[in-house]
Structures are given as structure tokens and as C-alpha cells.
Design a protein around this ligand. Structure first.
Ligand code: CA
Length: 224
């Protein structure tokens, strides 16, 4: 059975979806808040997620960004937001498909089958631990000696990419592409500056980094 997480704050709709989806041989868990959804996504390892965007605590788009920080599991957005801008925005942010409410159950089931088939699930460890610091991808937090370290959004994004590929080299071009279009003329400088900032915050000896490693001429690597 495919583990499916339904994130829907409308309790009646969530229950109805769970009943129908279980009848179609999905193993279903329901979250009614975004916070609970992120925790379940990290702990329960669903193979596909149905995500409502209008949630009582944090916006569904933030839940999507949180999941995409460490996982490529298929996410099907289910939303009452009708305009095409929202749809494009959700797909750009990494949603696999978008179904507008109200929807026909047959259509939802068909789209679910497609997104589940399209992506192979990649089990990854959402928490990367080094001797000096810990990167918690679902919670978007980095801690050092038990205390949270404050990072700028760009520093976090860079660390997130490296942590997702922990132990492997990530090329400069790939890093820059994922960081989205800084001025290419300054690319080496740009990455070097942010890596230096991250090392200053996370490495016990920033001048002799043991975890945020430069691969000369190639890129960078987070060494657990
Ligand atoms: Ca809602």
C-alpha cells in the first residue's frame, strides 16, 4: 500500500478523503495543520502528499517549501484558490500537480496515480548531523552545541542544498542555479562569500573547515 499524507484543515473533507482513499488501497494519514504535516512528512515518510494551501497555522506553500527542502516525494496541491497565478506559483515551487476545489474524486484519483508513477521516492535522511552542527531540513533549523544558529535566507538555502547532497560534491554551476540567478560575473566571489559566512557560524575553526569543504575548481561538499 502507498503511504499517503492528506493535509486538509476541513475535518469533514479530510475524513471523507481518507475513507475513499483507503478504499483505493492507500495507507492514509491526515494532518489538519501545516506544522503537523511537516512533522508527519519527516517521521512517517509518506510516498505521496495531498496538500491543501489554506491551512490555519502556516500557509500550504510554506509546507511545500519545507518538504522540498529535503524530499522529492510527489506533492499534489488541492486548493480552493482558482486563479492560474496560484497554480503556476505552486508548480514552480515544486508541486507535482494542482487540483482546484471543488473536484471530482475520479479526477483526483487519476492525477494521484500519475504523480505517484512519475516520481520514484528517494528516501533521504531529513536530518544531517556532523561533529560540529546539525541541519534539520524539515524544520529548517541548524543547531550548534544545542543552540539554534541564525542564518540569512541565502546562507540557509546554500546549506540546505549541500546538506541534501551530504558527502557529495555539488558543482558551482548547480549551486548557483539552485540559488537562482546571481550575477554570473561574480559567481565565484558570491559563493566564496556565503561559504565564508557559513563557516564562521558553523565551523569550530573557520580557517580550517572540516565540514564545509571546498573542492578546488569544482564546487563544495558538506562532509558529515
Ligand atoms: Ca483549507
Amino acid at each position: 500500500m502507498t503511504r499517503l499524507l492528506v493535509v486538509e484543515d476541513d475535518a469533514a473533507l479530510g475524513r471523507a478523503l481518507a475513507i475513499i482513499l483507503r478504499a483505493h488501497r492507500y495507507d492514509v494519514a491526515v494532518s489538519t495543520t501545516g506544522t503537523d504535516a511537516l512533522q508527519k512528512a519527516a517521521a512517517w515518510h509518506p510516498e505521496v502528499v495531498i496538500l491543501d494551501l489554506g491551512l490555519p497555522d502556516i500557509d500550504g506553500m510554506e509546507v511545500l517549501a519545507g518538504i522540498r527542502g529535503w524530499s522529492q516525494i510527489p506533492v499534489l496541491v488541492l486548493s480552493a484558490r482558482q486563479n492560474s497565478e496560484d497554480k503556476v506559483y505552486a508548480l514552480d515551487a515544486g508541486a507535482d500537480d494542482y487540483v482546484a476545489k471543488p473536484f471530482a474524486m475520479d479526477e483526483l484519483l487519476a492525477r494521484l496515480r500519475v504523480v505517484t508513477r512519475r516520481r520514484e521516492t528517494t528516501p533521504e535522511d531529513p536530518v544531517v548531523q556532523t561533529a560540529a552542527f546539525t541541519v534539520d531540513l524539515p524544520r529548517r533549523k541548524v543547531t550548534r552545541d544545542g543552540a539554534e544558529v541564525r542564518l540569512t535566507p541565502t546562507e540557509w538555502r546554500l546549506l540546505e542544498i549541500l546538506a541534501r547532497h551530504a558527502g557529495k560534491v555539488v558543482g558551482r554551476t548547480e549551486l548557483l542555479r539552485e540559488l537562482r540567478g546571481p550575477n554570473l560575473a561574480h559567481e565565484t566571489h558570491y559563493l566564496r562569500v556565503y561559504l565564508a559566512q557559513l563557516r564562521a557560524k558553523l565551523e569550530p575553526d573557520p580557517a580550517a573547515p572540516r565540514h564545509l569543504i571546498t573542492e578546488p575548481g569544482v564546487g563544495y561538499r558538506l562532509e558529515p
